[in-house]
Design a binder for this molecule. Structure first.
Ligand code: APR
Ligand code: PHB
Length: 395
């Protein structure tokens, strides 16, 4: 088997890349280790920056998103039993975000790829990337019980944090930057209309809580919990009681309860692998970097990476110049580190670390009050939340 671009992984990064390449007339093959149902059900965040929504639209994958997605013009910060709304368009010259679940983005891109695009093989597990440093990289993979080889001109590792692509970059050439956090998120899906029409990020002495949504009828809520918590250890009423406490305000706002249909615990991590390229192997999305979910940047970073790669390869095909491919890692990392900074700031602003001192609690409140009272501080948050533009140099 031979293709121009071998793509490992059919998460949002791999699927969007396949679509962008297809639209540019460049052939690709996508290898995905899981089955289609698993990929379409895996719960992840659901906030698209304006730039990500624009890219999906331009790629011809925005039709259902525009019909069913919810445009959000702000978020609420909740602390000290008070509420503060951050108005995105007013602070950023008109920018907003789209609430449209990652599962739905994946379903839309899978349907398009299977209908119009190149091969997308499910239950095809990449075992290794070979000869990454040469002009003829190869992916060794297993599909339907047989081992096979995909010969490529380029390989893009979109295989997430646990993938194999990253391992093909010699350790002596790489540097890893990492931070883990001593807490995680217990996330629930519930069949109940969201109790607020925008997302609510709450800082509380008992820990962080987030109110989000999947649709006008389905709520998505999170609680900060101790690292390593078993989701089964929390029964449904306990979860609602704890959410209620952390969201409590002095006005008449209340949290509506409903049947919980899913419970999971997500660990929190910041991680960057540099460089994001070795020879003709390129890393994109979670394969190269992880952000803690506070601020919902994971999917948007993945989209930025693959847009950068697709532009660079198209440039190479059209002009013969490898200049943009050579700049890939540098270009992506500039944006990646801005998202790392923002996600870290949001995480440390809103979570209560075990053993946090009274001094640290007061500092968090002072940071929140600064955002609520200074247009400059609030603008900084709004700009980062709605996203850094996808320009060729990340500007
Ligand atoms: N062979 C083939 N596929 C693999 C392999 C392998 N060896 N290892 C992992 N995969 C697949 C996974 O099954 C998964 O479908 O790669 C895909 C990676 O997808 P994601 O983890 O979703 O990563 P990415 O596409 O980079 O998406 C970025 O945004 O919301 C965030 O972290 C969240 O998924 C998220 C991300
Ligand atoms: C989600 O809806 O799952 C979500 C929203 C915002 C975040 C993280 C997750 O910051």
């Amino acid at each position: 088997m031979r293709t121009t671009v071998g793509i490992i992984g059919a998460g949002p990064a791999g699927l969007l890349l396949a679509r962008l390449l297809h639209n540019a007339g460049i052939d690709s093959v996508v290898l995905e280790s899981r089955d289609r149902a698993y990929v379409e059900r895996r719960q992840r965040a659901g906030i698209l920056e304006q730039g990500t929504a624009d890219v999906l639209r331009a790629a011809g994958a925005g039709e259902r998103m525009d019909r069913e997605g919810l445009r959000h013009d702000g978020i609420e910060l909740r602390f000290d039993r008070t509420r503060h709304r951050v108005d995105f368009p007013g602070l950023t010259g008109g920018r907003s975000v789209m609430v449209y679940a990652q599962t739905e983005v994946c379903k839309d891109l899978i349907a398009l790829q299977l209908r119009e695009g190149g091969p997308l093989l499910f239950e095809a597990e990449a075992l290794a990337v070979e000869d990454a440093g040469t002009d003829a990289p190869r992916i060794r993979f297993r599909h339907e019980g047989r081992e096979d080889v995909l010969e490529c001109s380029y390989v893009v590792g979109c295989d997430g944090f646990w993938g194999v692509a990253r391992k093909a970059i010699p350790a002596g050439l790489t540097q890893v930057f990492e931070r883990t956090y001593p807490f995680g998120w217990l996330g629930i899906l519930a069949d109940v209309p969201p109790s607020h029409d925008e997302l609510v990020y709450a800082r509380h002495d008992r820990g962080f809580a987030l109110l989000s949504m999947r649709s006008p009828a389905v709520s998505r809520l999170y609680l900060q919990v101790a690292d390593g918590t078993d989701p089964g250890a929390w029964d449904d009423e306990e979860i609602w009681d704890e959410l209620e406490r952390r969201f409590e305000t002095d006005d008449d706002w209340y949290l509506q309860r409903g049947p919980i249909t899913q419970k999971t615990v997500t660990p929190m991590r910041s991680y960057v692998h540099e460089p994001m390229r070795h020879g003709r192997l390129f890393l994109a999305g979670d394969a190269a970097h992880i952000v803690p979910p506070t601020g919902a940047k994971g999917l948007n970073l993945a989209a930025g990476d693959v847009v950068t790669f697709a532009r660079a390869l198209i440039h190479r095909q059209e002009t013969g110049s490898p200049e943009l491919l050579d700049a890939y890692s540098r270009t992506c990392l500039r944006r990646v580190w801005q998202a790392e900074r923002f996600s870290y700031d949001m995480t440390t602003l809103l979570h209560r670390a075990p053993g946090a001192t009274a001094f640290e609690d007061r500092l968090q409140l002072a940071r929140l009050e600064r955002i609520a009272s200074s247009r400059a501080a609030e603008t900084d948050l709004a700009e980062a939340y709605t996203g850094f533009p996808f320009g060729p140099a990340g500007e």
